[in-house]
Design a protein around this ligand. Sequence first.
Ligand SMILES: [Zn+2]
Length: 157
Amino acid sequence: MIWKSTNGMYVEMTEGVFTSIMEYVLSRKRGETGGILIGNYSDDLSTATILSASGPGPRSLFGLFSFTRRPIGLQAELDEEFISGRYYLGEWHCHPGTNCTPSFQDIRQMQAISRSPSYNCPEPILIVFGRSSPYDFNSASIVKGNGVVKLERVSSG
Ligand SMILES: [Zn+2]
């Protein structure tokens, strides 16, 4: 899957990552779930490639209409990825039905991440899936400071 912004930024998700996200989604019968996105950037920084995605951490809170990820347990995983040249890129989660529009609260959480020194990720990516048909209903956004760049899906590959 590839998403593109009007100013030429790309977010790519490998098929393997999409498959593993679907497994996390299907393992929860209802409600929201999510995790972090890990990958790297092209040399010119125009393309972020998502190479792996985590499921929820052990202490994450599940709710039918909310998902709050707790970073406990993920830091060790991130440290390991960092050593192999992969970085924290952002977050994914799913919404009920076909809704894949980031909520106001979703954007606020991403803005907090973008400002947080512990994430070291000033422009985090948020991918939201509508859980009833994630392949068809998804969105990608990049949060930059107080702004949000929405990307358009350009490839179903
Ligand atoms: Zn959300």
